[in-house]
Design a binder for this molecule. Structure first.
Ligand code: SF4
Length: 213
């Protein structure tokens, strides 16, 4: 499989924010979001070829018990489900960050999926594969990356339409930096009757746009 980069760092997002985590960033993405902050990982030629076995060895050597597989879009690689299972078999808790446009039925049940729901300002909202929501488990999360009031309203509509609050307690509102202020988004969240959880991207607060930290 094609791997853009690997590194150990603090998890900056999701309900796992603040935990020590080993990141495996796969190369290649099928989408082109307006706010993408990992453009270097979008090319399917980025990085280097790695085997599942060598990646598992690297995670185990790190001593960390939590790994995130991200991208790019990790499900563009047919080997990702096997990597997930191999990590789980070695006692690693696995987070899979996916853009919500690829089928999730091959992902092992023990994986904690973090599914982006693309909103209108991303330019990719037609790519959401809503049938994936039937596979949500309580440990999974749905993340809405919000640029504007219109994005927030769209997100609320999706949550209600698919009754996402019945499938998972983890419905995450995350601001696009520079497009909506933390204060503005927090007021949307507080005014909404839905069970939102707001996140900031902790890694950006600590390290800005530096890569691999
Ligand atoms: S899905 Fe993720 S990696 Fe792909 S373009 Fe969008 S933000 Fe970038």
């Amino acid at each position: 499989m094609r791997v853009c980069e690997t590194f150990a760092s603090l998890q900056g997002e999701s309900t796992h924010a603040g935990r020590k985590c080993f990141f495996i960033r796969l190369a290649g993405c099928n989408l082109d979001c307006s706010y993408c902050d990992t453009r270097y990982a979008r090319s399917f030629e980025a990085g280097a070829e790695r085997s599942v076995e060598s990646l598992v060895d690297e995670v185990l050597a790190s001593g960390l018990k939590l790994a995130e597989i991200t991208g790019g879009e990790p499900l563009c690689s047919s080997e990702t489900p096997r990597l997930c299972q191999a990590l789980i078999d070695n006692g690693i808790e696995v987070l899979l960050e996916t853009n919500g446009s690829m089928k999730l039925d091959t992902v092992p049940a023990a994986v904690r999926k973090i599914i982006d729901c693309k909103l209108p300002d991303s330019g990719m909202s037609d790519c959401n594969l809503y049938e994936n929501y039937s596979l949500l488990q309580k440990h999974d999360e749905v993340k809405f990356v919000i640029s504007s009031r219109a994005d927030f309203d769209f997100a609320c509509h999706i949550i209600v339409k698919y009754a996402l609050f019945e499938r998972t307690p983890h419905l995450i509102a995350s601001p696009v930096w520079g497009r909506v202020s933390f204060e503005e988004l927090s007021s949307y969240v507080m005014e909404s009757p839905l069970p939102w959880r707001m996140q900031l991207q902790m890694h950006k607060i600590i390290w800005g746009d530096r890569r691999g930290v």
